[in-house]
Every structure is written in structure tokens, then in C-alpha cells.
Design a protein around this ligand. Structure first.
Ligand code: MN3
Length: 199
């Protein structure tokens, strides 16, 4: 299949003041668009046009060797950014609700303790990458980080919510201060969507 940039559920400026319109526009229409275009090239070169993105990300080891790195980088870049945009909303509620909230409380004791652990993971990640709340194969919640464009789907994890901590995600507004970007992210985190993903 040919992959396309997903439609955003909000305008470029609608996440302000937490996430500025200029960064959102460049992040989406340049960075995410480039991953999407390069994924389509790699898919064609590999003869993998019949595969879904999940099939691609879970069968990288059987990809033609010449395209494996491109499929990992751009397939991950395409998918991770789709999940990232869905993790954001202008109508952030600040915390999880329902079954997801219960599972977070059971694992971390409280939402605040979870938030502290998630923030710490995002802060501690060295270099380009992502911090994720995921569900494991056994249904347990966990906080993980992945490097570059590694997808949690390739690691048999189900993504629930994610923050992009590549510098391109925040440098225009927050410069080198990743802590400020992470703090801002909590205001626009989409816990409703996370609850749906948790199922
Ligand atoms: Mn990014």
C-alpha cells in the first residue's frame, strides 16, 4: 500500500501556547512527510506493497537486506509520528480516566507517581528518541524509551501514549530545554485516545 500523512485532528496553531504552530507545521509537513515519502520508496524497492505498517514493523528481520534499515527508520518514523499526533489534543484533560487510570494507579500507586516516572524517562533519554507508555503482551503497563525511529510495535509492545524527544520536536520554541517541552506536553496529552488504545 501507499502510505499517506494522516489528517491531523486539529489545526497547526490549536495546540498553542504549549506547542507552537510553526513547530507543529514543520514537524508534520516536513519531518513526518519525509518519513512517509521515504517509507513508500523503501516499500516499493522491497516489493512489500502488500504489507500493512504493523506487518512491516513486526517483520523487519525478513525484509530484503538492502531495504531493512530504510524500512526500520522510515517505517518507524512514519508510524511513531502517526501515534505522536494522536497523542496530542487541544482539549487535554491532564490525566487518564476509566480503566487506564485504574491500571496506572495499580502499577504506579497514583497518576502523579506515574507522571513523575514518565517525565524522568523522557528526560533521561540520551539523544534522539521517544518515551512511551505501552502495554506489554501480558497486558501490563510499562514506560519505555526507544532510540531514533525504533517502533515499540517492533518490540511486541502496544503503544498507549507517546512524547517525541527528538530536538526537531521542540527546538524552535523550547531551544535546548527539553524539560520545558515535556512539561508543556502534559497540557496537551490526549488521555481520551490513550484510554481507547488501552482498550
Ligand atoms: Mn519527530
Amino acid at each position: 500500500m501507499t502510505f499517506e500523512l494522516p489528517k491531523l485532528a486539529y489545526g497547526f496553531n490549536e495546540l498553542e501556547p504549549h506547542y507552537d504552530g510553526a513547530t507543529v507545521e514543520i514537524h508534520y509537513s516536513k519531518h513526518h512527510a519525509a518519513y512517509t515519502a521515504n517509507l513508500n520508496k523503501a516499500v516499493e524497492a522491497a516489493g512489500w506493497q502488500n504489507k500493512t505498517i504493523t506487518e512491516i514493523l513486526t517483520s523487519l528481520e525478513s525484509a530484503p537486506e538492502s531495504q531493512r534499515t530504510a524500512l526500520r527508520n522510515h517505517g518507524g518514523g512514519y508510524s511513531n509520528h502517526c501515534l505522536f499526533w494522536e497523542s496530542l489534543t487541544p482539549k487535554g484533560t491532564g490525566k487518564a480516566a476509566g480503566e487506564l487510570a485504574k491500571a496506572i494507579d495499580a502499577k504506579w500507586g497514583s497518576f502523579d507517581s506515574f507522571a513523575e516516572a514518565f517525565t524522568a524517562k523522557a528526560m533521561a533519554h540520551f539523544g534522539s528518541g521517544w518515551a512511551w507508555l505501552v502495554k506489554t503482551k501480558t497486558g501490563e503497563l510499562d514506560i519505555v524509551d526507544t532510540h531514533d525511529q525504533i517502533s515499540p510495535i517492533s518490540l511486541s509492545l502496544i503503544p498507549i501514549i507517546v512524547i517525541d524527544v527528538w530536538e526537531h520536536a521542540y527546538y524552535l520554541k523550547y531551544k535546548n530545554v527539553r524539560a520545558d517541552w515535556i512539561k508543556a506536553w502534559w497540557n496537551i496529552a490526549n488521555w481520551e485516545k490513550a484510554g481507547e488504545r488501552f482498550g
